[in-house]
Design a protein around this ligand. Structure first.
Ligand code: UD1
Ligand code: UDP
Length: 358
């Protein structure tokens, strides 16, 4: 029997995760794709639907940006209304954003089972909005699809064992599926005039780095003082803070640093695969660095993706100037990697498990 599944997405990484899952899901089930509108710039949203051939959202709530309470509350109101109209059998949410929490909470209150993809991750840092979102979402989910064994273990420690599955990571599915296409279609290296292995790729958007002027300045100074060619696609959140702190002009003037608008996924993975090193505070980008065997320096004191650190491919440097610069100059991972993130068929495994709920 086919299910009616309502999927809630809203932010850039969720579009990427939805690409392989929607494709697998729609072979057997009906999907209603609800976009909260959390991300709305063309290069943070629409571009991903086009490039990754994700079906157009059935509805966009166009909530946009705002303080956490206001943004989440508006999503909750909108999603509840749609759930009452659409009456899905189940609600599917991804990751740990405000869109994730709003989707899960609206569904749980209407007694609609919630399926959480990327369940069980923990940073153990409760000052991160994502940590709050994921703990609450996991607590009210019916099926919890974990990307790693560590995520399953976290849930077990919290007493959550029912409906928990280690399916592998749907971002690995996407990274494998789109890598070939990126090579064929993306001419970004030529456009930026960089050679494979001849540049660093940097991203930064976590509030603990962007909102704190000292942290942001230290990160930017370390990149500039490294003397390396740096490609820096800047998240719109960060653009505002770089401007606030007067850092943008200095960066652009440094000559070796290309400060560019956010790029599409195909361009991004092309940039990742050929970087000498990646410097980031993004969850997704840390893992993609690992998938493509590129050394990664993480601008945080902890990570949810502990396997990348344990295997020696990811180094935590916080927002400390000396640690970041030192790592850029000396970090060298071992050759070994382990298969932590599944076999590239996590999406199919998830759909198979959903079939079992009918
Ligand atoms: C959100 C998620 C974060 C995720 C990230 C992925 C929450 C609490 N945070 O963070 O977990 O890692 O998305 O990228 O859900 N903005 C634009 N245009 C856009 C979108 C955002 O200009 O299309 C700017 C606005 O100034 C906005 C700011 O970015 O206030 C932050 O956007 P928001 O969606 O609130 O949080 P992110 O930092 O993007
Ligand atoms: N990404 C992208 N273009 C960019 C920056 C990131 O396509 O300019 C992709 C990246 O490859 C990864 C995902 O966006 O798949 C990560 O999203 P983000 O860093 O916004 O959020 P996080 O993973 O930290 O939640």
């Amino acid at each position: 029997m086919s299910l009616k599944i309502l999927t809630v997405v809203g932010a850039r990484p969720q579009f990427i995760k939805a690409a392989p899952v929607s494709r697998a899901l729609r072979r057997e089930h009906n999907e209603f794709l609800l976009h909260t509108g959390q991300h709305y710039d063309r290069n943070m949203s629409q571009l991903f639907f086009e490039e990754l051939e994700i079906p157009a959202p059935d509805l966009n709530l166009e909530i946009g940006s705002g303080p956490h309470g206001e943004q989440t509350a508006q999503m909750l109101v909108g999603i509840e209304r749609v759930l009452q109209e659409q009456k899905p059998d189940r609600v599917l949410v991804y990751g740990d954003t405000n869109s994730t929490l709003a989707g899960a909470l609206a569904a749980a209150k209407l007694n609609i089972p919630v399926d959480h993809i990327e369940a069980g991750l923990r940073s153990f840092n409760m000052t991160m909005p994502e940590e709050v979102n994921r703990i609450l979402t996991d607590r009210i989910s019916d099926q919890l699809f974990c990307p790693t064994a560590a995520a399953v273990a976290h849930l077990r420690r919290e007493g959550i064992t029912q409906g928990v599955h280690n399916t592998g990571d749907v971002m690995y599915d996407a990274a494998l599926h789109f890598a070939r296409l990126a090579g064929e279609r993306s001419g970004i290296l030529e456009r930026l005039d960089v050679a494979p292995g001849g540049y660093l790729l940097a991203t930064c958007h976590r509030p603990q780095n962007t909102d704190d002027p000292a942290a942001l300045a230290a990160i930017v100074r370390a990149l500039a003082d490294s003397g390396e060619r740096v490609i820096f696609p800047v998240h719109p959140r960060t653009t505002g803070f770089l401007r606030r702190d007067g850092l943008l002009e200095g960066l652009e003037g440094a000559g070796r640093i290309s400060v560019i608008e956010p790029v599409g996924y195909l361009e991004m993975i092309q940039l990742e695969r050929h970087a000498r090193m990646i410097v980031t505070d993004s969850g997704g980008v840390q893992k993609e660095a690992y998938f493509y065997r590129v050394p990664c320096i993480t601008l945080r004191e902890e990570t949810e993706w502990v396997e990348t650190v344990e295997d020696g491919w990811n180094l935590l440097a916080g927002s400390d100037y000396d640690r970041i610069l030192g790592a850029i100059r000396t970090f060298s991972p071992p050759a070994q990697q382990t298969a932590h993130y599944g076999d590239g068929h996590a999406s199919e495994a998830i759909v198979h498990l959903l079939d079992g709920t009918v």
